[in-house]
Design a protein around this ligand. Structure first.
Ligand code: NG1
Ligand code: MG
Length: 394
């Protein structure tokens, strides 16, 4: 892919001298859903799918960005001194947002840049193509301008770019998992303290399959904010009596003994999901560390049920896709991401891979009339500069 990209860079910007290459993966969350913003634990891993960026410093302060994925939009122009969010900049607001935040933090970015992006993460499917673009830009800036930003701080700046520049109030999970990922590992992340643990995932006889429901996540934004507000209200009710910071602070016993404090029954269900999902995630990783993949899969299934019945973020498409996976013998299957559409994540026996994809696809099509896409994915590495730069790929 990079070989082609260098050629593409030359086509767009006239020459390929001094260009450097960077990569950031997409991510999928294995378990721990709708809990990052509730101060609990998530367990995401990076994919080998991701975003490549080729970047070259310019002599002036202009910034030019081009994405092969959105080539019809052409080159988008900005300048270090005048970056601002503009509707017409479309996808380019993501990398521009990262440059803007770092400048506001007084990092010295003293040259403009020619930038070319290309990614192979399916868009809008909940695999974090946006955080991937942010992190690949962040790592490129950190390296090219020798900013010496610690990777965890870089992750936080990228999250701020999404929060403040783009205006999406996402939690820290996406940027963190992309920034800190390690090949063949998932990260157990405490979203409150940012303590994390790299956990090896050994799938010798199994594969990870992502299924895209191809149901657009139309309601995701408004319902996402609604769920956040419901959890905040439940927390406020509990805080009148308990000394806690977030729902993630509660054990299951503490929750069960105090749940009567939550006045509204809907908010009670949302809080129940958050507390149980947090504990489920910790237990799931414990099982994995003990080599109990079947037990891990069972908790993935329970996670889906909780997201369906208590958090109510699944919808008939994701439910049908997950139920089909259960019926076809998945070791574990659940929706992943915000919900209301997007993808499911499945652990399946390697020998069953083709059969699974065919059978689940058919069941799904028969039930909801949509065609699902399947990706057998590898657990990839975190955001990084690609060694050797142009010399390797020219
Ligand atoms: P997705 O739908 O994968 O982008 C969203 C949030 C996460 C997390 C999950 C639910 C954004 C950008 N990301 O993920 O932070 O809260 O939902 O677990 O909104
Ligand atoms: Mg996103």
């Amino acid at each position: 892919m990079l070989e082609n990209l260098i050629g593409e860079f030359k086509k767009v910007y006239g020459s390929k001298e001094d260009v450097c290459s960077f990569f950031a993966p997409g991510r999928v969350n294995l378990i721990g859903e709708h809990i990052d913003y509730n101060g609990g634990h998530v367990f995401p891993c990076a994919l080998s799918l991701g975003t490549y960026a080729l970047v070259r410093k310019r002599k002036d302060s202009q910034i030019r960005v081009f994405s092969k994925n959105f080539s019809e939009i052409g080159v988008i122009r900005s300048d270090l001194s005048t970056i601002q969010y503009e509707e017409s900049n479309d996808w380019a607001n993501y990398p521009l947002g990262v440059i803007d935040i770092l400048q506001k933090e007084n990092y010295r970015i003293d040259h403009g840049m020619d930038i070319l992006f290309n990614g192979n993460i399916p868009n809008g499917a909940g695999l974090s193509s946006s955080a991937s673009v942010e992190l690949v830009m962040g790592v490129a800036l950190n390296n090219l301008f020798q900013l010496n930003i610690d990777q965890v701080d870089l992750v936080k700046y990228c999250q701020r770019a999404e929060n403040e520049f783009i205006g999406v109030s996402c939690g820290i999970m996406d940027q963190f998992s992309i920034g800190l990922a390690k090949q063949d590992h998932a990260i157990l992340l405490n979203c409150q303290t940012l303590d994390y643990q790299q956990t090896p995932i050994q799938l010798d006889e199994e594969v990870l399959i992502i299924a895209n429901s191809n149901k657009r996540r139309g309601l995701a934004d408004s319902k996402y904010n609604e769920r956040r507000a419901e959890c905040e209200q439940a927390l406020a009710d509990l805080k009148e009596t308990l000394d806690i910071h977030s729902l993630g602070d509660l054990s299951i016993d503490e929750f069960e003994n105090n749940k009567h404090l939550i006045k509204n029954t809907t908010e009670l269900k949302r809080a129940k999901h958050a507390v149980y999902e947090n504990q489920r995630t910790i237990e799931a990783v414990h099982r994995l560390n003990n080599g109990d993949l079947i037990g891990f899969g069972q908790l993935m299934n329970e996670s889906h049920v909780s997201l369906r019945d208590d958090y109510e973020v699944t919808g008939k498409e994701l439910d049908a896709l997950v139920e089909a996976a259960w019926e076809e013998g998945a070791i574990g299957a659940r929706m992943t991401g915000a919900g209301f559409g997007g993808c499911t994540i499945n652990i399946v026996k390697k020998t069953e891979e083709d059969h699974f994809i065919q059978k689940v696809g058919k069941r799904y099509k028969d039930k909801v009339g949509l065609t699902a896409d399947f990706y057998v994915v590898e657990i990839g590495d975190g955001a990084k500069q690609l060694e050797g730069g142009e010399k390797v790929w020219q």
